[in-house]
Design a protein around this ligand. Structure first.
Ligand SMILES: *Cc1c(COP(=O)(O)O)cnc(C)c1O
Length: 366
Protein backbone atom coordinates (compact mmCIF):
# COMPACT_ATOMS: atom_id res chain seq x y z
CA UNK A 1 0.00 0.00 0.00
CA UNK A 2 1.34 3.45 -0.86
CA UNK A 3 0.74 6.46 1.37
CA UNK A 4 -3.05 6.69 1.39
CA UNK A 5 -3.52 10.47 1.15
CA UNK A 6 -5.37 11.64 -1.99
CA UNK A 7 -7.06 14.74 -3.33
CA UNK A 8 -10.12 13.40 -5.12
CA UNK A 9 -11.28 15.81 -7.83
CA UNK A 10 -14.88 15.35 -8.98
CA UNK A 11 -15.24 16.81 -12.47
CA UNK A 12 -18.99 16.17 -12.52
CA UNK A 13 -19.31 18.37 -9.46
CA UNK A 14 -17.30 21.05 -11.26
CA UNK A 15 -19.71 20.98 -14.22
CA UNK A 16 -22.68 20.92 -11.89
CA UNK A 17 -21.37 24.09 -10.24
CA UNK A 18 -20.97 25.77 -13.63
CA UNK A 19 -24.67 24.99 -14.08
CA UNK A 20 -25.36 26.79 -10.79
CA UNK A 21 -23.41 29.79 -12.06
CA UNK A 22 -25.49 29.84 -15.24
CA UNK A 23 -28.74 29.54 -13.32
CA UNK A 24 -27.76 32.48 -11.12
CA UNK A 25 -26.64 34.67 -14.03
CA UNK A 26 -28.41 33.51 -17.20
CA UNK A 27 -27.67 36.72 -19.12
CA UNK A 28 -23.92 36.79 -18.62
CA UNK A 29 -20.96 35.13 -20.25
CA UNK A 30 -18.82 33.09 -17.87
CA UNK A 31 -15.12 33.73 -17.44
CA UNK A 32 -14.16 30.72 -15.31
CA UNK A 33 -11.34 31.76 -12.99
CA UNK A 34 -8.67 29.05 -12.95
CA UNK A 35 -5.69 30.95 -11.54
CA UNK A 36 -3.44 29.41 -8.89
CA UNK A 37 -3.52 26.02 -10.57
CA UNK A 38 -7.30 26.02 -10.73
CA UNK A 39 -7.51 26.94 -7.01
CA UNK A 40 -5.36 23.86 -6.36
CA UNK A 41 -7.61 21.55 -8.42
CA UNK A 42 -5.34 21.41 -11.49
CA UNK A 43 -5.28 24.19 -14.11
CA UNK A 44 -5.55 22.10 -17.24
CA UNK A 45 -7.97 19.48 -15.97
CA UNK A 46 -10.31 22.17 -14.64
CA UNK A 47 -10.24 24.19 -17.87
CA UNK A 48 -10.86 21.10 -19.95
CA UNK A 49 -13.80 20.10 -17.80
CA UNK A 50 -15.19 23.63 -18.10
CA UNK A 51 -14.96 24.00 -21.88
CA UNK A 52 -18.58 25.12 -21.80
CA UNK A 53 -17.53 28.38 -20.20
CA UNK A 54 -17.08 31.30 -22.61
CA UNK A 55 -13.63 32.24 -21.31
CA UNK A 56 -11.00 31.75 -18.63
CA UNK A 57 -9.29 34.03 -16.14
CA UNK A 58 -5.69 33.41 -15.03
CA UNK A 59 -3.14 35.37 -13.01
CA UNK A 60 -0.28 35.39 -15.48
CA UNK A 61 0.87 34.66 -18.99
CA UNK A 62 2.53 31.36 -18.03
CA UNK A 63 -0.85 29.95 -16.97
CA UNK A 64 -2.42 31.17 -20.20
CA UNK A 65 0.31 29.56 -22.30
CA UNK A 66 -0.27 26.23 -20.55
CA UNK A 67 -3.93 26.42 -21.50
CA UNK A 68 -3.18 27.34 -25.12
CA UNK A 69 -0.69 24.45 -25.35
CA UNK A 70 -3.41 21.98 -24.42
CA UNK A 71 -5.66 23.32 -27.15
CA UNK A 72 -7.87 25.75 -25.23
CA UNK A 73 -9.09 28.33 -27.76
CA UNK A 74 -11.23 30.46 -25.44
CA UNK A 75 -10.56 34.09 -24.66
CA UNK A 76 -8.13 34.12 -21.71
CA UNK A 77 -7.92 37.15 -19.43
CA UNK A 78 -4.72 37.99 -17.54
CA UNK A 79 -6.26 39.23 -14.29
CA UNK A 80 -3.12 41.12 -13.22
CA UNK A 81 -2.30 42.26 -16.72
CA UNK A 82 1.25 42.05 -18.02
CA UNK A 83 4.14 42.85 -15.73
CA UNK A 84 6.56 44.30 -18.26
CA UNK A 85 7.01 45.25 -21.89
CA UNK A 86 8.92 42.05 -22.70
CA UNK A 87 5.71 40.02 -22.32
CA UNK A 88 3.77 41.95 -24.95
CA UNK A 89 4.75 39.90 -27.99
CA UNK A 90 3.58 36.73 -26.22
CA UNK A 91 0.42 38.42 -24.89
CA UNK A 92 -0.48 39.08 -28.51
CA UNK A 93 0.79 35.78 -29.92
CA UNK A 94 -1.27 33.74 -27.43
CA UNK A 95 -4.29 36.04 -27.86
CA UNK A 96 -4.57 36.82 -24.17
CA UNK A 97 -6.49 39.79 -22.80
CA UNK A 98 -4.59 41.77 -20.19
CA UNK A 99 -6.27 43.80 -17.47
CA UNK A 100 -4.67 47.26 -17.62
CA UNK A 101 -4.42 49.05 -14.29
CA UNK A 102 -1.43 51.40 -14.53
CA UNK A 103 -0.52 54.26 -16.80
CA UNK A 104 2.84 52.52 -17.23
CA UNK A 105 1.15 49.55 -18.92
CA UNK A 106 -0.66 51.88 -21.29
CA UNK A 107 2.57 53.72 -22.13
CA UNK A 108 4.27 50.41 -22.86
CA UNK A 109 1.42 49.37 -25.13
CA UNK A 110 1.67 52.67 -26.98
CA UNK A 111 5.39 52.40 -27.54
CA UNK A 112 6.01 48.73 -28.35
CA UNK A 113 5.79 47.10 -31.76
CA UNK A 114 3.36 44.16 -31.65
CA UNK A 115 2.52 41.38 -34.11
CA UNK A 116 -1.26 41.81 -33.72
CA UNK A 117 -3.48 44.29 -31.91
CA UNK A 118 -4.94 42.88 -28.70
CA UNK A 119 -8.14 43.15 -26.73
CA UNK A 120 -7.76 44.68 -23.29
CA UNK A 121 -9.71 45.29 -20.09
CA UNK A 122 -9.46 48.75 -18.56
CA UNK A 123 -9.60 48.36 -14.80
CA UNK A 124 -11.41 50.87 -12.64
CA UNK A 125 -10.89 51.18 -8.91
CA UNK A 126 -14.48 51.36 -7.73
CA UNK A 127 -13.59 51.26 -4.04
CA UNK A 128 -11.44 48.24 -3.25
CA UNK A 129 -8.29 50.38 -3.54
CA UNK A 130 -5.99 47.65 -4.74
CA UNK A 131 -5.57 47.75 -8.54
CA UNK A 132 -7.16 50.10 -11.03
CA UNK A 133 -7.55 53.66 -12.24
CA UNK A 134 -9.33 56.24 -10.15
CA UNK A 135 -12.74 56.83 -11.76
CA UNK A 136 -12.00 60.40 -12.87
CA UNK A 137 -8.97 59.26 -14.90
CA UNK A 138 -10.78 56.48 -16.76
CA UNK A 139 -12.15 58.46 -19.73
CA UNK A 140 -8.68 59.82 -20.57
CA UNK A 141 -7.14 56.35 -20.39
CA UNK A 142 -9.91 55.02 -22.55
CA UNK A 143 -9.22 57.66 -25.19
CA UNK A 144 -5.54 56.78 -25.26
CA UNK A 145 -6.37 53.11 -25.71
CA UNK A 146 -8.81 53.91 -28.50
CA UNK A 147 -6.07 55.85 -30.27
CA UNK A 148 -3.51 53.06 -29.78
CA UNK A 149 -2.82 50.95 -32.88
CA UNK A 150 -1.94 47.94 -30.72
CA UNK A 151 -5.38 47.88 -29.12
CA UNK A 152 -8.46 46.29 -30.58
CA UNK A 153 -11.47 45.82 -28.26
CA UNK A 154 -11.67 47.56 -24.88
CA UNK A 155 -13.79 46.29 -21.98
CA UNK A 156 -14.43 47.93 -18.64
CA UNK A 157 -13.42 45.93 -15.57
CA UNK A 158 -13.50 46.26 -11.80
CA UNK A 159 -13.27 44.00 -8.77
CA UNK A 160 -15.39 43.71 -5.62
CA UNK A 161 -13.63 43.92 -2.28
CA UNK A 162 -16.50 43.15 0.11
CA UNK A 163 -18.64 40.54 -1.64
CA UNK A 164 -17.97 37.88 1.01
CA UNK A 165 -20.13 39.90 3.40
CA UNK A 166 -23.77 39.93 2.35
CA UNK A 167 -24.61 42.73 4.78
CA UNK A 168 -21.94 45.11 3.55
CA UNK A 169 -23.25 48.16 1.70
CA UNK A 170 -19.93 48.50 -0.13
CA UNK A 171 -20.82 46.11 -2.95
CA UNK A 172 -23.84 48.14 -4.00
CA UNK A 173 -21.70 51.28 -3.76
CA UNK A 174 -19.00 49.74 -5.96
CA UNK A 175 -21.63 48.64 -8.47
CA UNK A 176 -23.15 52.13 -8.61
CA UNK A 177 -19.74 53.68 -9.11
CA UNK A 178 -18.94 51.17 -11.85
CA UNK A 179 -22.07 52.18 -13.73
CA UNK A 180 -21.58 55.90 -13.34
CA UNK A 181 -17.85 56.13 -13.95
CA UNK A 182 -18.35 56.02 -17.68
CA UNK A 183 -22.04 56.27 -18.42
CA UNK A 184 -21.88 56.35 -22.21
CA UNK A 185 -19.40 53.45 -22.38
CA UNK A 186 -20.45 51.15 -25.22
CA UNK A 187 -18.19 48.09 -24.73
CA UNK A 188 -18.47 45.04 -22.48
CA UNK A 189 -18.30 45.26 -18.70
CA UNK A 190 -17.16 42.82 -16.00
CA UNK A 191 -17.46 43.24 -12.25
CA UNK A 192 -18.78 40.19 -10.37
CA UNK A 193 -16.79 37.42 -8.71
CA UNK A 194 -18.64 34.50 -7.07
CA UNK A 195 -19.95 36.54 -4.16
CA UNK A 196 -21.06 39.38 -6.40
CA UNK A 197 -22.95 37.27 -8.89
CA UNK A 198 -24.74 35.26 -6.18
CA UNK A 199 -25.49 38.07 -3.77
CA UNK A 200 -26.00 41.11 -6.03
CA UNK A 201 -27.47 40.18 -9.45
CA UNK A 202 -27.04 43.80 -10.51
CA UNK A 203 -23.26 43.25 -10.57
CA UNK A 204 -23.46 40.58 -13.28
CA UNK A 205 -23.08 42.73 -16.44
CA UNK A 206 -21.70 41.11 -19.65
CA UNK A 207 -19.01 38.86 -18.17
CA UNK A 208 -19.06 37.27 -14.71
CA UNK A 209 -15.88 35.92 -13.15
CA UNK A 210 -16.68 33.04 -10.78
CA UNK A 211 -13.79 31.27 -9.11
CA UNK A 212 -14.50 29.79 -5.70
CA UNK A 213 -18.11 28.76 -6.33
CA UNK A 214 -17.07 26.66 -9.33
CA UNK A 215 -15.08 24.55 -6.90
CA UNK A 216 -18.18 24.03 -4.77
CA UNK A 217 -17.25 26.42 -1.99
CA UNK A 218 -19.38 29.29 -0.73
CA UNK A 219 -17.99 32.78 -1.31
CA UNK A 220 -19.82 34.06 1.80
CA UNK A 221 -18.42 33.84 5.28
CA UNK A 222 -20.81 31.94 7.53
CA UNK A 223 -22.36 29.39 5.16
CA UNK A 224 -21.23 26.54 2.90
CA UNK A 225 -21.34 25.58 -0.78
CA UNK A 226 -24.13 23.02 -0.34
CA UNK A 227 -26.29 25.83 1.14
CA UNK A 228 -26.22 27.27 -2.40
CA UNK A 229 -26.72 23.95 -4.19
CA UNK A 230 -23.00 23.65 -4.94
CA UNK A 231 -21.06 20.38 -4.76
CA UNK A 232 -17.50 20.35 -3.37
CA UNK A 233 -15.06 19.40 -6.12
CA UNK A 234 -12.05 18.50 -3.98
CA UNK A 235 -12.17 15.88 -1.25
CA UNK A 236 -8.97 15.47 0.72
CA UNK A 237 -8.99 11.92 2.02
CA UNK A 238 -6.62 9.55 3.73
CA UNK A 239 -6.61 6.59 6.06
CA UNK A 240 -5.75 5.63 9.61
CA UNK A 241 -2.19 4.31 9.63
CA UNK A 242 -2.17 3.47 13.35
CA UNK A 243 -4.63 3.14 16.22
CA UNK A 244 -3.12 3.41 19.67
CA UNK A 245 -4.65 3.05 23.13
CA UNK A 246 -3.37 5.48 25.73
CA UNK A 247 -3.98 5.85 29.40
CA UNK A 248 -5.47 8.90 31.03
CA UNK A 249 -2.79 11.61 31.33
CA UNK A 250 -0.79 10.53 28.25
CA UNK A 251 0.37 13.53 26.21
CA UNK A 252 0.02 13.05 22.45
CA UNK A 253 2.20 14.44 19.64
CA UNK A 254 4.61 17.41 19.47
CA UNK A 255 4.68 19.39 22.67
CA UNK A 256 2.15 17.03 24.23
CA UNK A 257 -0.54 19.50 23.24
CA UNK A 258 -3.27 16.93 23.82
CA UNK A 259 -3.46 15.18 27.16
CA UNK A 260 -5.82 12.22 27.25
CA UNK A 261 -8.60 13.03 29.76
CA UNK A 262 -9.33 9.31 30.13
CA UNK A 263 -8.09 6.00 28.74
CA UNK A 264 -8.80 6.32 25.03
CA UNK A 265 -8.01 5.19 21.47
CA UNK A 266 -6.14 7.68 19.28
CA UNK A 267 -5.91 7.33 15.51
CA UNK A 268 -3.00 8.54 13.41
CA UNK A 269 -3.88 9.85 9.95
CA UNK A 270 -1.46 10.19 7.01
CA UNK A 271 -1.98 13.91 6.34
CA UNK A 272 -0.14 16.94 7.65
CA UNK A 273 0.90 20.49 6.94
CA UNK A 274 3.43 19.18 4.40
CA UNK A 275 0.39 18.19 2.35
CA UNK A 276 -1.42 21.49 2.77
CA UNK A 277 -3.53 20.65 5.81
CA UNK A 278 -3.45 23.82 7.96
CA UNK A 279 -0.97 23.54 10.82
CA UNK A 280 -3.04 25.98 12.85
CA UNK A 281 -6.12 23.76 12.87
CA UNK A 282 -6.74 23.30 16.59
CA UNK A 283 -8.00 20.39 18.68
CA UNK A 284 -11.68 20.06 17.88
CA UNK A 285 -11.41 20.64 14.11
CA UNK A 286 -13.86 18.18 12.53
CA UNK A 287 -12.87 15.17 10.47
CA UNK A 288 -14.76 12.14 9.16
CA UNK A 289 -13.64 8.63 10.09
CA UNK A 290 -15.62 6.03 8.18
CA UNK A 291 -18.06 8.79 7.30
CA UNK A 292 -18.68 9.75 10.93
CA UNK A 293 -17.66 12.99 12.51
CA UNK A 294 -14.88 13.10 15.03
CA UNK A 295 -12.16 15.62 15.79
CA UNK A 296 -8.52 16.42 15.42
CA UNK A 297 -6.49 16.28 18.64
CA UNK A 298 -3.11 17.81 19.41
CA UNK A 299 -0.74 19.52 16.99
CA UNK A 300 -0.73 18.86 13.28
CA UNK A 301 2.67 17.48 12.19
CA UNK A 302 4.22 17.66 8.74
CA UNK A 303 3.04 14.24 7.57
CA UNK A 304 0.55 13.15 10.22
CA UNK A 305 -2.17 14.25 12.52
CA UNK A 306 -4.07 12.56 15.34
CA UNK A 307 -7.75 11.93 15.74
CA UNK A 308 -10.01 11.22 18.69
CA UNK A 309 -11.48 7.70 18.36
CA UNK A 310 -13.43 7.57 21.64
CA UNK A 311 -16.70 7.49 19.72
CA UNK A 312 -15.38 4.86 17.31
CA UNK A 313 -13.52 2.30 19.43
CA UNK A 314 -13.86 -0.26 16.63
CA UNK A 315 -11.92 1.89 14.12
CA UNK A 316 -8.78 0.24 12.79
CA UNK A 317 -5.80 0.71 10.47
CA UNK A 318 -6.90 1.34 6.90
CA UNK A 319 -10.21 2.97 7.79
CA UNK A 320 -11.13 5.97 5.67
CA UNK A 321 -10.63 9.56 6.80
CA UNK A 322 -11.99 12.68 5.09
CA UNK A 323 -10.14 15.90 5.95
CA UNK A 324 -12.49 18.11 3.91
CA UNK A 325 -14.71 17.91 0.87
CA UNK A 326 -17.74 15.73 0.39
CA UNK A 327 -19.91 15.76 3.56
CA UNK A 328 -17.36 17.99 5.34
CA UNK A 329 -17.18 21.47 3.82
CA UNK A 330 -13.72 23.05 3.57
CA UNK A 331 -15.45 26.20 4.88
CA UNK A 332 -15.76 24.54 8.32
CA UNK A 333 -12.11 23.53 8.44
CA UNK A 334 -11.06 27.02 7.35
CA UNK A 335 -13.14 28.63 10.06
CA UNK A 336 -11.56 26.38 12.72
CA UNK A 337 -8.06 27.11 11.41
CA UNK A 338 -8.60 30.86 11.25
CA UNK A 339 -8.31 31.07 7.48
CA UNK A 340 -10.50 31.05 4.37
CA UNK A 341 -11.31 28.05 2.19
CA UNK A 342 -9.51 29.66 -0.79
CA UNK A 343 -6.24 29.22 1.07
CA UNK A 344 -6.92 25.57 1.97
CA UNK A 345 -7.59 24.34 -1.55
CA UNK A 346 -4.85 26.50 -3.12
CA UNK A 347 -2.30 25.19 -0.65
CA UNK A 348 -2.63 21.51 -1.54
CA UNK A 349 0.98 20.37 -1.91
CA UNK A 350 2.29 18.97 -5.17
CA UNK A 351 3.23 15.70 -3.43
CA UNK A 352 -0.46 14.88 -2.88
CA UNK A 353 -1.62 12.44 -5.57
CA UNK A 354 -4.76 13.48 -7.40
CA UNK A 355 -7.55 11.06 -8.17
CA UNK A 356 -9.84 12.37 -10.88
CA UNK A 357 -13.37 11.03 -10.98
CA UNK A 358 -16.12 11.63 -13.48
CA UNK A 359 -19.09 9.55 -14.45
CA UNK A 360 -17.88 9.03 -18.01
CA UNK A 361 -14.58 7.42 -17.08
CA UNK A 362 -12.87 5.32 -14.44
CA UNK A 363 -10.82 6.90 -11.67
CA UNK A 364 -7.35 7.96 -12.76
CA UNK A 365 -4.60 8.57 -10.22
CA UNK A 366 -1.80 10.92 -11.28
C1 LIG B 1 -9.72 35.61 -8.28
C2 LIG B 1 -10.54 36.60 -8.98
C3 LIG B 1 -11.89 36.35 -9.25
C4 LIG B 1 -12.63 35.14 -8.72
O1 LIG B 1 -13.04 35.41 -7.41
P1 LIG B 1 -13.90 34.35 -6.55
O2 LIG B 1 -14.13 35.05 -5.26
O3 LIG B 1 -13.02 33.14 -6.37
O4 LIG B 1 -15.13 34.05 -7.31
C5 LIG B 1 -12.57 37.27 -10.02
N1 LIG B 1 -11.96 38.39 -10.47
C6 LIG B 1 -10.68 38.69 -10.19
C7 LIG B 1 -10.06 39.95 -10.70
C8 LIG B 1 -9.92 37.80 -9.43
O5 LIG B 1 -8.65 38.09 -9.14
Amino acid sequence: MSRPLRARIDLDALRHNLGCVRAAAPQSRVMAVVKANGYGHGLVRVAQALREAEGFGVACLEEAVRLRETGIQHPITLLEGFFDRDELAAVSHYRTIPVLHTERQIRQLESTGMPQPIDVWLKVDTGMHRLGFAPDTVPAMYQRLQACANVNGIGLFSHLGYADDRRSAQTQRQCDRFKSVFEDFSGVRSLANSGGLLGWPETQFDWIRPGLMLYGISPFSGDTGPDHGLRPVMTLESKLIAVNHFERGAAVGYGGAWVCPEDMPVGVVAAGYGDGYPRHAPTGTPMLVNGRRTTLIGRVSMDMLCVDLREQPQACIGDSVVLWGQDLPAEEIARCAGTIPYELVCAIASRVPVEVIEAASAAVVT
